[in-house]
Design a protein around this ligand. Structure first.
Ligand code: FES
Length: 78
């Protein structure tokens, strides 16, 4: 009771959770490269399969000032 839910893992290669990425973005990581540098997410052995989610977090925050609740691992087609 009263426990915060554990933050979901976004980057499995480097074990980086959502809270770490959100904090980095709030603290000024305003490009994917800055997120890579400050969290190590997105630069793991798989070649960056989590970058789709990193992009959604960054884009959502930059457009609305909030992080999207749900993240998709698929790239949206236009
Ligand atoms: S899951 Fe993030 S780089 Fe592989």
């Amino acid at each position: 009771m009263g426990q915060k839910p554990k933050s979901e893992t976004i980057c499995y290669c480097n074990c980086v959770d959502r809270a770490t990425i959100e904090n980095a973005i709030k603290n000024g990581a305003n490009t994917l490269n800055k997120i890579f540098d400050s969290t190590t997410a997105g630069v793991g052995a798989c070649g960056g399969s989590c970058r789709v989610k990193l992009h959604q977090l960054l884009d959502g925050y930059q457009k609305t000032g909030q992080f999207p609740e749900k993240l998709s691992s698929k790239i949206k087609k236009k």
